[in-house]
Design a protein around this ligand. Structure first.
Ligand SMILES: C[S@@+](CC[C@H](N)C(=O)[O-])C[C@H]1O[C@@H](n2cnc3c(N)ncnc32)[C@H](O)[C@@H]1O
Length: 250
């Protein structure tokens, strides 16, 4: 039992988790200060106005600002957005808009992209003052032209790579060719020369990492730096980007 605990303690994931905590601790961000700017009662009113769709999973209670600000403070810290020069940021699958709301608080200029499937997100992005383009990402299809390039393209808790559920409940996912097309499209049409693409994935249904050994090898072959459930890619495929940029302004 004890040895199992030690094993877990020294897994790669545990080591990377500890490192993330240390980094965040070195540049703290106050969730309380951010939460003070959000009218939580209005979020609850929005949820009443746009109730859950029938059969929708309620685990993503996006009206819970305390929880989602906490999650997004970590995202901001992990990319050092609380210390960097103002960036142009595109958030794919921006959902309710918390991430871009926080980005704006730290001086960045954000744009979201999301299909208009969830009326509640229409309400929350408006409430947060987040600019959003309505669009859907499809395998091996170019993203809509947005007329500009970005310093950072993000996709948090990605689900656009899930095509359909198989009979056994598992997802039919994008192939490596689909990922290659998407990464190349973002690199060539949406990233500035020093730009970066951040992909953050949910765990699989059985609790394992999105990055199977094959997918880890594939993303690394595309130049990704993988930390826990995140892959960071530079505009230049030959470059392995860092979460903390040199132009971080520290
Ligand atoms: C799990 S939610 C994550 C929301 C937000 N990024 C976050 O982490 O809080 C997934 C998001 O992806 C969006 N989405 C789903 N399929 C998509 C597609 N094919 N193209 C673009 N966005 C998609 C959903 O509307 C939703 O906002």
């Amino acid at each position: 039992m004890l040895s199992q605990k030690f094993q877990k303690l020294f897994t790669r994931d545990a080591a990377e988790s500890l490192w993330e905590h240390v980094c965040r601790w070195s540049h703290p961000v106050s969730s309380r200060r951010i939460l003070a700017t959000i009218d939580k009662a209005e979020l609850v009113r929005l949820r009443e106005h746009y109730p859950y769709r029938p059969n929708a999973r309620k685990i993503n209670a996006y009206e819970d600002a305390n929880y989602w600000v906490g999650v997004n403070v970590k995202r901001v810290q992990d990319l050092w957005l609380d210390r960097s020069r103002p960036l142009d940021i595109l958030d794919l699958g921006c959902g309710p808009g918390y991430f871009l709301y926080l980005c704006r608080m730290f001086g960045h200029n954000g744009l979201g992209l999301d299909p208009d499937d969830e009326p509640f997100f229409r309400g929350t992005t408006k409430f947060f003052g987040v600019s959003r383009v309505v669009g859907r990402i499809n395998p091996q299809a170019l993203l809509p032209d947005l007329g500009k390039k970005f310093d950072l393209v993000t996709a948090h808790r990605v689900c656009f790579h899930r095509i359909a559920r198989r009979e056994n409940g598992e997802w039919l996912e994008w192939t490596e060719a689909d990922w290659k097309f998407f990464i190349n499209d973002v690199r060539t049409r949406f990233l500035k020369p020093d730009g970066r693409l951040l992909l953050e994935f949910n765990r699989r249904a059985d609790g394992s990492s999105f990055f199977t050994p094959e997918l880890r090898t594939f993303f690394e072959s595309q130049g990704a730096r993988i930390v826990r459930w995140k892959a960071l890619l530079a505009a230049n495929p030959a470059e392995r980007p860092r979460f903390k940029t040199r132009s971080g302004g520290l």
